[in-house]
Design a protein around this ligand. Structure first.
Ligand code: PNS
Length: 178
């Protein structure tokens, strides 16, 4: 199987909601960058999931975290992931696999995606151990309830989460561009 994109470069798509990007995502992206020439972080425009951050904000946070990394691209997509991957000429979808709890759902999606596009492989990468139990959902819940999320998200994401939840408690402290 070739892992080359349309221009011959090895390109992988790393899809997700990224609501917001966590250090677990950062870990997977860095592993992907060691294996592929280009990693495209594909942010799902899933407004039906009622995300905390709009897709444009989620994209901006990923871009800021990886500022200066020319091999990382950030894009949005909707519709079928495999259609997006095919349009981009990617032969590989990278997913993070934290635990056995992720496995069932991820295996279902990988096999369905293979049925839809047999030429595209899903590659699972395991994050470093400290991120095996973290998720955007849990981090948002802990932060909203006043718990410590330091070290679980990049500093600029921590700052953004703290300001967003502070603004929800006290609208007068709302950051101007949330
Ligand atoms: O970060 P998430 O929310 O766990 O990411 C899930 C994502 C975006 C990878 C998944 O929902 C997805 O691929 N959505 C696109 C729609 C699609 O292709 N559905 C069929 C999957 S078999």
């Amino acid at each position: 199987m070739s892992t080359s994109g349309t221009n011959g470069a090895r390109l992988a798509i790393y899809p997700g909601s990224f609501d917001p990007i966590t250090n677990g995502h950062v870990d997977i992206i860095e592993r992907g960058l060691r294996l592929f020439d280009t990693v495209v972080v594909a942010v799902l425009k899933n407004e039906s999931k009622a995300p905390l951050f709009a897709a444009a904000d989620r994209v901006q946070l990923v871009r800021e975290v990886f500022r200066g990394q020319p091999r990382l691209e950030v894009d949005t997509f909707d519709g079928l992931l495999v259609d997006y991957a095919a349009r981009r000429g990617a032969a590989v979808i990278v997913k993070g696999l934290r635990s056995i709890a992720d496995y069932e759902y991820e295996a279902q999606m990988a096999l369905m995606n293979r049925r839809l596009q047999p030429g595209i492989e899903t590659m699972f990468l395991m994050p470093a151990e400290p991120y095996a139990y973290t998720s955007s959902r849990l981090i948002k819940e802990v932060c909203r309830l006043g718990g410590d999320i330091h070290g679980l998200v990049p500093p600029l994401v921590e700052d953004r989460l703290l300001r967003t939840f502070a603004a929800a408690r006290d609208p007068l402290s709302a950051p101007r561009h949330v």
